[in-house]
Design a protein around this ligand. Structure first.
Ligand SMILES: Cc1cc2nc3c(=O)[nH]c(=O)nc-3n(C[C@H](O)[C@H](O)[C@H](O)COP(=O)(O)O)c2cc1C
Length: 477
């Protein structure tokens, strides 16, 4: 009995102590809030004012899980993310009862079906495309849905390995992004497009200039099938890559050729390219050093700006082996909001404009176009192919297949799914073997659905969808 009383006394004392400590803590918060001068809400509503900020943080998650409609969120809505998940899980992509897609919305995409859809027996292999037939090592591929550049640095080693392996399993190519070619790309084994960013990461000389010997060495690797000179990307035209110092590990520093732990900021543009002539000369030098196809990547600002570079290509008789056109709503690991939200043309307008300009300059056949920028569902991909792109590249589609939940923390090294972090504990969540298969499934199953659209329009393959089969209400290009 006395033991029971002792225990009750102890519990009561513990309870009073805890309550006392909480009251003391709140008293100190009260004092802090009243005395500080930076925040008016805290000063006027001490203690209680903190609820506003706590709820603001939590609101992001509550909205996403409970309140946002399926087709409402940005940058990608739940329907799009679930679509990728289903494709990655090998779930059929079949829905019932009726479409939840707002076909009456001005920006909806639909295609004109044919009276005579392609018979299953008449379905053709996808038409192959050859890049860089003027180089000693052209690259020929049927693949039209590939993985866009996301640098090793912005992405974890597990993510890079899983993307490369996933691309290999699906027969797609994988772009390195501007962070260089790492051991993880090599281990993944996909056909790789090496991106030469504005800071020349991975192919830097002593002073940061492009080292052509390093380029030649890289080109000797069979796995590297093409090179891409990055002029700009959709999320941040006029700004180079931004990798915060806490993400610059020793391995990333070595792969890029930069000091460890320091912010890795690449220049706003290539220092050696200030006009069309210099661009043509650079393409020629990189082709010479690598012997492989060399393309360029940019986001378009004004269609008339294309005239200057196309004239230079003709003057020098040097042509990029492809153009990768990125849309203004492309993604990134980190970018200033002012650029992400307000600079560059969206693909809806820039892709038709680029195709038109190529046609006008007689370069349509000579320079194949790859398109990127929120093209992650079959209709978006089919639209870009019908507009004239020979391939579509996606970064965030495959990232969703890796398990991305759109936590929007790519710049913070705290990605909860281990994709854009180098925190070992978080990276453990990303099993490259499982996720690479999901990436491959996503690519393969999505292409199957692009095929359904192609066949409904009477085309024999995805690369043959006729442009006049696109019904796009917002833009009549
Ligand atoms: C985390 C992340 C890192 C990226 N890194 C690069 C890069 O290094 N170089 C580049 O040209 N684009 C980079 N991008 C842009 C993508 O390659 C792509 O152009 C853009 O996101 C549009 O494709 P999407 O809408 O399918 O993601 C990055 C995108 C993301 C999300």
């Amino acid at each position: 009995m006395s033991l029971l009383i002792d225990i009750l006394f102890f519990m009561a004392a513990l309870f009073i102590t805890v309550i006392g400590m909480v009251v003391l803590f709140l008293f100190f918060v009260y004092l802090h809030d009243r005395l500080q001068t930076r925040n008016a809400i805290y000063r006027n509503y001490p203690v209680l004012g903190h609820m506003r900020y706590i709820l603001k943080e939590l609101g992001v998650f509550f909205r996403s899980y409970f309140f946002a409609a399926d087709r409402e969120e940005l940058p990608f809505n739940r329907f799009q993310r679930e679509f990728v998940n289903n494709m990655a899980d090998n779930k059929g992509g079949v829905i019932a009862f009726g479409s939840g897609y707002n076909l009456h919305d001005d920006s909806s995409i639909s295609f004109a079906n044919s009276f005579y859809p392609t018979l299953t027996e008449d379905v053709m292999h996808v038409r192959a495309v050859t890049f860089g037939s003027d180089t000693p090592n052209p690259y020929t591929t049927e693949s039209y849905f590939n993985i866009s550049g996301t640098s090793y640095g912005s992405m974890s080693s597990n993510a890079i390995f899983a993307l490369s392996r996933g691309a290999k399993l699906a027969g797609a190519w994988h772009n390195t992004g501007e962070g260089g070619f790492s051991h993880y790309h090599e281990k993944g084994g996909a056909d790789t497009v090496f991106q030469i960013g504005t800071a020349n990461y991975g192919v830097r000389g002593e002073n940061g200039a492009l080292d052509y010997d390093k380029l030649t060495q890289l080109a000797s690797k069979e796995q590297i099938v093409m090179f891409e000179i990055k002029l700009s990307q959709g999320a941040k035209p006029g700004k180079g890559g931004i990798l915060p110092g806490n993400k610059v590990t020793s391995e990333i520093a070595k792969t890029r050729g930069i000091p460890e732990g320091q912010d890795s900021i690449s220049p706003n543009r290539r220092e050696d390219v200030g006009n069309g002539d210099e661009l043509a000369e650079l393409i020629a030098r990189v082709k010479q050093a690598t012997g492989k196809p060399v393309g360029i990547k940019f986001v378009l600002g004004r269609p008339q700006d294309l005239d200057e570079i196309f004239k230079s290509f003709k003057k020098h008789n040097v042509y990029p082996s492809f153009i990768t056109l990125d849309g203004a709503d492309g993604g990134t690991g980190a970018a200033p909001a002012a650029l992400m939200d307000h600079v560059g043309m969206l693909l809806d307008r820039s892709l038709p404009a680029l195709m038109h300009a190529l046609e006008a300059h007689g370069l349509r056949e000579q320079i194949p176009v790859c398109a990127s920028g929120k093209l992650i569902t079959p209709a978006d991909i089919a639209w870009a192919l019908a507009e004239g792109a020979v391939a579509v590249n996606s970064a965030r589609g495959p990232m969703f297949a890796l398990g991305c939940i759109q936590a929007l923390q790519c710049d913070k090294n705290t990605c909860p799914t281990g994709i854009t972090t180098h925190n070992k504990r978080l990276m453990r969540g990303l099993n490259p073997k499982v996720k690479s298969q999901r990436v491959a499934n996503y690519i393969t199953n999505t292409k199957k659905q692009v095929g359904y659209i192609a066949h409904a329009t009477g085309a024999a393959c995805a690369r043959s969808i006729a442009k006049d089969r696109v019904i796009r209400k917002s833009h009549t290009s």
